[in-house]
Every structure is written in structure tokens, then in C-alpha cells.
Ligand binder design. Sequence first.
Ligand SMILES: [Zn+2]
Length: 57
Amino acid sequence: MLEEANNFLACPTCKSSLNLTSSEKKGNEIISGSLQCQNASCNNTFEIDNGIPNFLI
Ligand SMILES: [Zn+2]
């Protein structure tokens, strides 16, 4: 996924914005990493694998 795409993503549970952490990047594309919900009482974390964020809970 593109780094900028995080501006349009929200937690599917509580609709809060997400903190993007990348462990592997190619240009401005995130290959692997994680998206963490900024809502402390929700605290969902979604893995990014092969450039695809996994929003399955
Ligand atoms: Zn959330």
C-alpha cells in the first residue's frame, strides 16, 4: 500500500485514525509493517503483508 493511503484509512472497529509503522518500504510503498489504532481503548493492530493491509479481525 502507498504510505499516503493511511490518510484515508480508519480503524474498522472504532473509525479512529491509524498509526503506520513500516518495517519494509519500496519508494513510498509499504511492503510490510503494521497499522495500529490510535484509540487506546480499542488498540487494534493490523499487519501489512506483501503490501496489503489485513483488516480481518
Ligand atoms: Zn480502533
